[in-house]
Ligand binder design. Structure first.
Ligand SMILES: CCCCCCCC/C=C\CCCCCCCC(N)=O
Length: 528
């Protein structure tokens, strides 16, 4: 299924056209930009340890929870004016809760083990994506018409983290209705990348990515139906995990899932240190954790590693940056030299239809025949319908309360056929079969996280289909861990997606721990 000459010509024209338009856009945007700002380096050593280690230090009374929470509040206050990641804080309440934790530890007579077992994250600060219900905090998903919506209860996933002892510091920005990979909306504004504030932190969990990457949070929670955990994790140099579907509850988020979206949406941990991924997943999974056998030891030498360097040349998606191809090759070389394994390079011809496959699957009805809620319905203004073309006209005049991305998605929805194309459904079946066969029960696959290293602000408008590199694994229903791999020549995070078979999340999580050791994991953007 190689591309025909005509297809290659079409692609070339499309890319050249996009480049010219973006260059023109940049020229205009440059005149309005206030320039990139450098984040201050992290000076407090408390900010340089994992959540797991912080919890242990708190339990052992080496440090108080109040000290830890205060250290994170100080860092957020230092960086947030530059990155606009935390959109509403609860610092006073968090400090009170931390004081209660310290009191509880003073009074606990059962010993450290009891606390570790019952409250593994006791006293550790947590950030939460704003689209999740967190009691007493806004839950708008960046929608102006939801201004003032305050959660009365916690989303089940957030509740589990709180019951494990984590202390939420606030909620973080996302794209409008969580359906874009730049975190910008008309309610809270635009979030910036801590490594270069002229660049995107990704989306939709971009506030999480940005605050974690900047050292203003150590553990957080995100959601992902097309890459919304993995893209921000990649662009901000942190870890993120999209679990096997059906393991972590997606309830208590806005917008709620409909159609088959529940099968594709993943709620999962985002964090700076790989050792926090597994304990967080265990907590988030609740009773479902047993289905993942997370305590079984993984011997990396016994795994089969597979590497897919690119999607094979999609007409719609950009080619993968050279530095990303090179770093994935370095991972392969490292695995072979260090573990003595042979990494097999694979190519799946269907991957070049990743966007079309994702799009076709997203339109399918649920098992009762109910189609997904149209995107435009979520945009509606207190029951008043939003007309995408009218909204576009308003946007041009600067009068719309929606982002161009949301308007664009509503327009696309308006013109596209509601019947998924059978060709793409067939491609998905074939890809699923081949992927499952390749992964088996001991396979781990490396795949680029995105074609580009963190792009400039607004660039996704010109490359809207690039999320297909992550989106394809949502519809394939496999777990994926996003791993940082150091910085590019330009000082921006590099990374890779690590994919494993269904219910075998522990394989990609173990690989993440290994890659952190080998490639250095998260770096302080202030010192890099
Ligand atoms: C401004 C132009 C808009 C054109 C829209 C072209 C169609 C692209 C289709 C879908 C983009 C969805 C991006 C999904 C990003 C991640 C979503 C998630 N929550 O995981």
């Amino acid at each position: 299924m190689a591309l025909t000459r005509f297809e290659r010509f079409q692609t070339w024209i499309l890319r050249a056209f996009t480049r010219v338009i973006f260059a023109f856009f940049q020229l205009l945007a440059h005149r309005r930009s206030d320039g990139s700002s450098k984040l201050p380096p992290i000076t407090n050593p408390l900010l340089m340890v994992s959540g797991t280690q912080l919890a242990q230090k708190i339990r052992l009374r080496e440090v108080t929870s109040v000290e830890v929470v205060q250290a994170y509040i100080d860092r957020i206050q230092e960086v947030n004016p530059l990155i606009n990641a935390v959109v509403k804080d609860r610092f006073a309440a968090a400090l009170q809760e931390a004081a209660q934790v310290d009191k509880l530890i003073d009074e606990e007579e059962g010993g450290e083990d009891v606390l570790e077992d019952r409250l593994p994250l006791l006293g550790v600060p947590l950030s939460v994506k704003e689209s999740f219900a967190l009691q007493g905090m806004p839950n708008s998903s960046g929608l102006v018409t939801r201004r003032g919506v305050i959660s009365g209860v916690d989303a089940p996933s957030v509740g589990l983290l709180k019951r494990a002892g984590a202390i939420p510091l606030g909620v973080t920005n996302c794209s409008e209705l969580c359906m874009w990979f730049e975190s910008n909306n008309r309610l809270y504004g635009i979030t910036r990348n801590p490594y270069d504030t002229d660049r995107i932190p990704g989306g939709s969990s971009g506030g999480e990515g940005s605050i974690l990457g900047s050292g203003g949070s150590v553990i957080g929670i995100g959601s992902d139906i097309g890459g919304s955990i993995r893209m921000p994790a990649f662009f901000n140099g942190i870890f993120g995990h999209k679990p096997t579907p059906g393991i972590v509850s997606n309830d208590g988020q806005f917008p709620p899932s409909s159609g088959l979206h529940e099968d594709y949406l993943g709620t999962g941990p985002m964090c700076r240190y790989a050792e926090d991924l597994l304990p967080m997943l265990r907590i988030l999974a609740g009773p479902n954790a047993d289905r993942l056998s997370l305590s079984s030891k993984v011997d990396l030498r016994k795994l089969r590693f597979l590497s897919v360097p690119h999607d094979g040349g999609s007409l719609l998606v950009s080619p993968v940056d050279k530095e990303l191809i090179q770093i994935q090759r370095r991972v392969v070389e490292h695995l072979e030299a260090d573990l003595g394994v042979k990494v097999q390079e694979l190519h799946f011809p269907q991957l070049k239809y990743s966007y079309q496959i994702w799009d076709a699957l997203m339109d399918l009805p649920d098992k009762d025949g109910k189609p997904p809620t149209p995107f435009v319905e979520f945009m509606s203004d207190h029951g008043r319908r939003v007309w995408p073309l009218w909204e576009l006209a308003k946007w041009v005049l600067g009068l719309s309360s929606h982002t161009i991305a949301a308007i664009g998605l509503a327009l696309v929805e308006m013109v596209k056929s509601s019947q998924p194309h059978p060709f793409y459904l067939k491609q998905k079946e074939e890809l699923q079969r081949q992927l499952e066969e390749a992964l088996g029960t001991d396979g781990v696959l490396l795949y680029p996280s995105h074609p580009h290293i963190a792009p400039k602000h607004h660039h996704p408008i010109f490359t809207p289909f690039n999320f297909a590199y992550t989106g394809i694994f949502n519809v394939l229903g496999v777990p994926v861990t996003q791993c940082p791999l150091g910085l590019s020549q330009g000082g921006l995070p590099l990374g890779v997606q690590v994919v494993s078979g269904r219910y075998l999340d522990r394989l990609s999580l173990a690989t993440a721990l290994y890659l952190e050791q080998a490639f250095g994991g998260w770096r302080d953007p202030g010192s890099s």
